[in-house]
Design a protein around this ligand. Structure first.
Ligand code: ADP
Length: 513
């Protein structure tokens, strides 16, 4: 307890400003993610912003490739069209692409709060219209060219540009339509002079291809939407996880704070109460023994007796509370050494036999011979045996019977079992009696002395030894408590145990039968 300082307690108390700031940040992220998720694809600003950003990114990354394609087309066009016209066209296409690039870049640089979705969507639509028109202008350059190869070349370029535009602009459907309209019109007009003749299939193919690109763009748009919604869902989950973690951190901090306060209280109580108790116990003992002369009034002797026994009860209670809180806080340091469970049990039996005799309770013992020693804390084992025996004798009515068994378990561990013919504990009260300060209704009715700490301490000490605690009780039949220490605790594991009589976890009812 001495390691707990006032400073630690002060530090534990109060709200940490960094924690509050973090909590606020996480909460706003969760709110934002939820908002975005629930608004998917409904024209909500946050979602539209994501789509615009996706559009700008794909535009920026595709510009170099498109510029190269423009160059390639221009170098081919030199074969049929005068140089200056081709160069003007190339200049126009590159200018459009540059504008498109700059527009996309500008959007990506802007913070979300500064983006007007409608305005930027219109800008992108306008740049796509321009691009579509410039690609469509290729037909104007080739109007007077009669070579059928040139026609096929123009159709191919327009199809290619339409395909690229629908792929790149898929996240803003309006931009796809805006880009495709000029090229579609251009294709139809370009094919017009030869409609009557053999070019029908080609014209149909060109129109079908444009339609196909629109469907493709819509599919891509749908895919982008669902991937965006998955991403937002993931963001929300992460944010919620962080929130849950921060809540649990806070809960842990509070629990630690409460534990610290409890430890401080117990440390103070232990010191402040035990010191005057020593004086009370010492002087009352002197007085009840009339060491310095007899009392003038005989009642004083009775009072001294009462003071002494009450003091002892108080001391026991304080010690039990301290023991339990140490066990619960994981601060009960086992002083482990080789210890004989059988010897400890015999000692405790001896201590309690007088009390049993007074109440005419018969105790039968069955302790297996030559049980090897256990690796454990002798004081803890003594406390376990004493608490269980005390309970058995305390709750068994006059003339009852207590049976004590100690021996091997089937798996090579050792057990201690104490069974009585007392009133038993109703099944629904078992969790109560196993909790700190929990007492059964019967004990309360009979006003038996006790604090309700004995069983939780036994359970805690057994578990500290890696063992198991088992209580089986039947109303009006009796109670049996069994504690089992694991085989690893037995020091001489090869010791012979010819008669492993007791199956583990055997129930009282079955045994009674
Ligand atoms: P205490 O005996 O000090 O009240 P315990 O933790 O040892 O505290 O026991 C808690 C309660 O469990 C008791 O108040 C009693 O109601 C019940 N109990 C424990 N042992 C027995 C027993 N052998 N027979 C009947 N009831 C018991």
């Amino acid at each position: 307890m001495s390691e707990i300082t006032a400073e630690m307690i002060e530090r534990g108390r109060g709200v940490d400003p960094a924690f509050i700031a973090r909590k606020k940040r996480i909460s706003s992220r969760v709110r934002e993610a939820r908002e975005r998720l629930t608004s998917s694809g409904t024209g909500h600003r946050a979602f539209d912003l994501e789509l615009l950003r996706l559009f700008a990114q794909s535009r920026m990354t595709s510009i170099p490739a498109l510029a190269l394609i423009g160059l390639g087309v221009a170098s081919m066009a030199f074969m049929w069209v005068p140089d200056t016209e081709v160069l003007v066209w190339l200049g126009l296409i590159w200018s459009c692409q540059l504008i498109s690039f700059k527009t996309a870049k500008r959007l990506l640089e802007l913070p979300d709060t500064h983006i007007n979705v409608l305005f930027w969507r219109r800008r992108f639509v306008a740049t796509e219209v321009c691009q579509g028109m410039v690609w469509a202008m290729l037909t104007v350059l080739f109007l007077d060219v009669a070579d059928s190869n040139a026609r096929i070349f123009v159709l191919f370029v327009l199809m290619l540009s339409a395909a690229l535009m629908s792929l790149v602009s898929a996240t803003v459907p309006l931009a796809v339509y805006a880009g495709l309209v000029p090229t579609t019109i251009a294709v139809l007009l370009y094919m017009h002079p030869i409609w009557q003749a053999e070019a029908w299939p080609l014209s149909l193919l060109a129109c079908g291809a444009q339609f196909f690109f629109i469907v493709l763009a819509q599919r891509l748009y749908a895919t982008s939407l669902s991937s965006l919604s998955f991403r937002l869902e993931k963001d929300m989950l992460i944010a919620e996880l962080e929130q849950a973690k921060s809540n649990s951190d806070e809960a842990r901090r509070r629990a630690e704070e409460a534990n610290l306060a409890k430890s401080r209280f117990l440390a103070t109580m232990s010191h402040e109460l035990r010191t005057p108790l020593n004086a009370i116990l010492g002087f009352s003992e002197v007085m009840k023994g009339e060491m310095f002369g007899t009392h003038g009034v005989p009642a004083y002797k009775d009072y001294s007796n009462d003071i002494h026994s009450s003091g002892q009860h108080l001391l026991m209670l304080i010690n039990e509370i301290l023991d339990l809180s140490r066990v619960e806080a994981g601060r009960y340091d086992l002083r482990e050494e080789p210890v004989s469970l059988a010897d400890v049990v015999e000692d405790c039996l001896h201590l309690m036999s007088l009390r049993a005799q007074k109440r005419d309770i018969k105790i039968s013992e069955a302790i297996e011979v030559s049980l090897p020693r256990l690796w454990g804390d002798e004081r803890a084992l003594r406390q376990i045996a004493l608490n269980l025996l005390t309970n058995a004798i305390k709750f068994t009515p006059q003339g009852g019977h207590v049976t004590l068994k100690c021996g091997w378990t089937q798996s090579g561990g050792q057990y201690l079992s104490i069974r009585d013919t007392g009133p038993g504990i109703p099944p629904h009260e078992i969790p109560i009696v196993m909790s700190s300060f929990g007492r059964g209704t019967l004990a309360q009715k009979n006003a038996d002395e006790g604090s309700g700490l004995g069983l939780p301490i036994v359970k805690g000490l057994v578990e500290l030894h890696g063992g198991t605690f088992n209580i089986v009780s039947e109303l009006r039949v009796g109670t049996e408590v069994t504690v089992i220490f694991p085989a690893e605790r037995v020091i001489d594991a090869n010791a012979t145990h010819p008669e492993r009589r007791r199956p583990e976890g055997r129930s009282f009812a079955r045994q009674a039968a």
